[in-house]
Design a protein around this ligand. Structure first.
Ligand SMILES: [Zn+2]
Ligand SMILES: [Zn+2]
Length: 352
């Protein structure tokens, strides 16, 4: 089969022929129809998040079940599916409680094993991790949910408990951030969006953000948000992942506010100096968000099926597998163009 492979950190990935994956016991092999290009893949490629080499990236996938391993109950060849980027083992107490996103024996396609920048990908624990796609959700849209949109959805609903009329601050308007803006607006919140890229702020406004803060022009982003929101945001998310944004996010909260860390903080960025004095005196809540388990997808898919959420609007470009490696190599660069999704299926409207 064809797959995108890199042999060393930072070396340009290549499309080449590799052996097909074996179907794991309890798992499936999926014929990939679409797969997202994500900054998490870029972190692995740069060596920030070590993987075994050579490596095939890709963790935001949708496709069709191509083969089914022994012991799988619920899935058959031909089923249209997606998966969370964290796949639980299906056996441990966390998975049995529906919390597969923190499974100690988790697998992640594109990190713990070969990923979905390939014609076929193996997925473990099918009965725990596969998500059936409604007929109305096409593969490119489904791939765009895999990590950023689902992470934002869970960050705001499960962790943030964001309510109608509340203020949401979104720090960083990339894939997670713009997803958070869209979801926040759909939940009836007032959204203030922060970025240093004016085009990203324009995009946030067009998605319904009430206010924007240009982080490159304002001395104190947190103070600007407290001003705009009349005392601070009820919920704030670092949707990019940097010590500065994490601190600003916590400082932009009102009393009893909830900060959710969704952007990855790795290596030298792993220990931001969060103001724990404020966390105590104002009883702030701090959450980490690690994707969303398959169990929680149906609620999100119902809002997409009904048209309340329109993740397809966040897809900026659809590309072919031949250029996926080059797209990955530049996926750290600030862009307001929206998410890039690789299509391996039949030609798709808007495909380039
Ligand atoms: Zn588990
Ligand atoms: Zn991702």
């Amino acid at each position: 089969m064809k797959a995108v492979v890199y042999d060393d950190y930072g070396r340009m990935p290549e499309l080449r022929d590799v052996p097909e994956p074996e179907c794991p016991s309890g798992g499936v092999v999926i014929a990939v129809k679409a797969t997202g290009v994500c900054r998490s893949d870029w972190h692995a490629w740069k060596g920030h998040d070590p993987v075994s080499l050579p490596h095939t990236p890709g963790h935001e996938l949708a496709g069709v079940v191509a083969s089914v391993g022994s012991g799988v109950r619920d899935w058959a060849v031909g089923d249209r599916v997606t998966v969370p980027f964290v796949c639980g083992c299906g056996l441990c107490s966390w998975c049995l409680a529906g919390e597969a996103q923190v499974c100690p024996d988790q697998t992640q396609p594109g990190f713990t094993g070969p990923g979905s920048f390939a014609e076929l990908v193996a997925i473990h624990g099918a009965d725990t991790n596969l998500v059936r796609l409604p007929a109305s959700v096409d593969f490119v849209t489904a791939a765009s949910l895999g990590c950023r949109f689902a992470t934002a959805f869970r960050a705001l609903t499960t962790h943030g408990r964001l309510g109608s009329g509340e203020w949401l601050a979104v720090h960083g308007c990339g894939g997670v951030g713009l997803s958070a803006v869209m979801i926040g607006v759909a939940l009836g919140a007032r959204v203030v969006a922060v970025d240093v890229n004016p085009a990203a702020l324009e995009r946030a406004s067009s998605l319904g953000a009430t206010a924007v803060v240009d982080g490159g022009a304002v001395e104190d982003v947190a103070a600007a948000i407290r001003e705009v929101t009349g005392g601070g945001a009820h919920v704030s998310i670092d949707a990019f992942g940097s010590p500065e944004l994490a601190v600003a996010s916590v400082r932009s909260l009102r009393r009893r506010g909830r900060h959710v860390q969704a952007g990855l903080l790795l290596g030298a960025n792993a220990t931001p100096p969060l103001p724990m004095d404020l966390v105590i005196s104002q009883e702030l809540e701090i959450y980490g968000s690690h994707g969303m388990p398959a169990r929680d997808y149906p609620a999100m898919l119902a809002l997409i099926d009904g048209g309340t959420l329109r993740p397809a609007d966040l897809v900026g470009q659809v590309i072919r597998l031949e250029v996926a490696g080059a797209a990955l190599a530049t996926s750290d660069q600030a862009s307001a163009a929206g998410m890039t999704v690789v299509s391996l299926g039949d030609s798709h409207p808007g495909e380039r």
